[in-house]
Design a protein around this ligand. Structure first.
Ligand SMILES: NC(=O)c1ccc[n+]([C@@H]2O[C@H](COP(=O)([O-])OP(=O)(O)OC[C@H]3O[C@@H](n4cnc5c(N)ncnc54)[C@H](O)[C@@H]3O)[C@@H](O)[C@H]2O)c1
Length: 459
């Protein structure tokens, strides 16, 4: 919508506001965005008829236990306000990430004690929304954030039923143009860094080589399994701490990537397994067993084992059995970054340290199940995440109004629900399977024309 059209609407709204005393209810004086849609390109909502005519973007305090990140920083508030949006930040939303209410206010946000979800045009968030929050949003509202569609089906269902246009950051296509919106990468970077620090704090010895008058201390040996964004960052961090690092992955490109970070690639007598888009393919059961068998001697030699392996749309592959952990030296540390998605290491529990007795009976290994790894570094994780969100929203806002262009592959590929439909086919199928007896008809499946490698799988 152009500024001129917005101006005309503003005039119209003022007239209504002048008569608000005789209007029955607030809901009665909301303007429905559907009147202003032109084809697929333009949708716009204005649920507040008083004050400035600006599209309202809400930034909530994250509700999930343990979540410390925030979906906007003062820096991105400036960027978003520059797009013509009115940014509402819930009191204390950025406190854990190091941003005071005053800093947001100075950046141009309005601080509110609690967001009125029913009055928002856009809601940006970190963790998946609760179904009740989705249901409270007005029809046509836009949400942008992590949605974990495969594990948060009730929320997806509520978003579709509410007619909300939701964008799941997990679905951002991994193309060059969308790199600045790729929250999976930005948060994996934080998680990969963090898990090395978690290991270093628990290891009863140094990472680097020390040659001192009192003797020489050899560097710790770190083994990284799964070398995507998080694994590469883990290699880089462990190298910077001075460890001797080796790594393995089943994608063919990973050998060069490991070398580029200064690690030693462990070549197994196992064929590579790559799916479209550069992602890994799930190994068959016997290939998986062979991989574990081939990895066992390397695991036994490591002081620190870090696992980050994942296959989109699948449970994390089991790379390390309990027996392999028992075969490590006393004092060794294992950090399973995939603990929340099924675990790469047998017996890992998200958020817990488990002590495993070594097979030689001489001591124990600490098995760390990582949980909310990126949230453990809320300042920088939020700084990157908020930029991802703001860059995505910048694609959807023109002249201060929402303008959704579903001809844009980033907009189309990232969209989870729109106009009552679930647009990510794997999620729609999972939803139909999870709620077969639902009284209400399941939301229709809107097939994206060309699914990207990423949105082919349930994420
Ligand atoms: N173009 C872009 O914008 C962009 C952005 C980020 C990542 N990427 C690429 O996407 C790919 C996936 O990266 P990611 O970090 O999302 O990965 P991911 O989180 O899906 O998986 C982590 C790693 O686990 C590995 N893995 C899976 N099964 C394994 C097994 N059995 N044994 C060992 N390793 C196993 C995968 O190959 C991957 O490297 C990589 O090729 C990465 O370079 C591209």
């Amino acid at each position: 919508m152009s500024r001129k059209a917005a101006g005309e609407l503003k005039l119209f709204a003022r007239t209504i506001v002048a008569f608000r005393g005789i209007l029955p209810e607030r809901a009665g004086w909301a303007i429905d965005s559907s009147q202003y849609r032109s084809g697929q390109r333009c949708s716009w909502t204005a649920t507040e008829l008083e004050g400035e005519w600006r599209v309202k973007l809400g930034i909530p305090r994250e509700r999930r236990e343990g979540e410390r990140r925030v979906a906007a920083t003062p820096e991105t508030v400036k960027q978003l306000a520059g797009l013509g949006l009115e940014v509402l930040v819930e009191t204390g939303a950025g406190t854990a990430a190091g941003h005071s209410d005053d800093a947001y206010a100075q950046a141009g946000a309005r601080i509110v004690p609690g967001l009125d979800f029913g009055s928002l045009d856009i809601l940006a968030h970190v963790r998946p929304l609760e179904p009740a929050t989705a249901a409270a949003l007005p029809r046509g509202a836009v949400t942008a954030g992590l949605a974990s569609p495969s594990s948060e089906l009730p929320a997806v269902r509520a978003l579709a039923a509410a007619g909300v246009t939701s964008f799941a950051l997990e679905l951002v296509p991994r193309i060059s143009r969308a790199q600045s919106m790729d929250a999976l990468s930005s948060q994996a970077l934080v998680a990969g860094y963090r898990c090395v620090l978690e290991a270093a704090m628990r290891l009863p010895r140094f990472f680097p080589l020390f040659m001192t008058a009192a003797g020489t201390i050899p560097p710790a040996r770190v083994l990284v399994l799964g070398v995507g964004v998080a694994g590469l960052q883990a290699i880089g961090t462990a190298k910077r701490l001075g460890a001797r690092v080796s790594a393995n992955d089943i994608r063919p490109a990973s050998a060069d990537e490991v070398a580029s970070m200064g690690g030693t690639f462990i070549k197994l007598d196992l064929e590579t397994a790559e799916a479209s888009g550069g992602y890994a393919r799930e190994l068959s059961a016997d290939r998986g067993a062979l991989q574990r068998q081939l990895l066992a001697p390397h695991v036994a030699q490591a002081d620190v084992l870090i696992t980050t392996a994942a296959v989109p749309g699948r449970r994390a592959p089991l790379l390390v059995t309990r027996e392999m952990v028992q075969g490590m030296r006393p004092g060794s540390v294992v950090v399973d970054l995939a603990a929340e998605s099924g675990g790469n290491v047998e017996g890992s529990v998200p958020g817990e340290d488990i002590t495993v007795a070594t097979a030689d009976g001489q001591g124990t290994v600490t098995l760390v199940g990582m949980k909310d790894a990126a949230s453990a570094m809320p300042a920088d994780a939020s700084r990157l995440y908020a930029k991802n969100v703001a860059n995505l929203l910048a694609l959807m806002v023109k002249d201060g109004a929402l303008a959704l262009d579903f001809g844009d592959e980033v907009v189309a590929g990232t969209c989870l629900t729109h106009d009552g439909d679930v647009r990510h086919p794997p999620t729609a199928e999972a939803l139909a399977a999870a709620f077969p007896q639902a009284a209400a008809p399941a939301p229709a499946v809107h097939k994206t024309e060309q699914p990207t490698a990423q949105n082919e799988g349930v994420v």
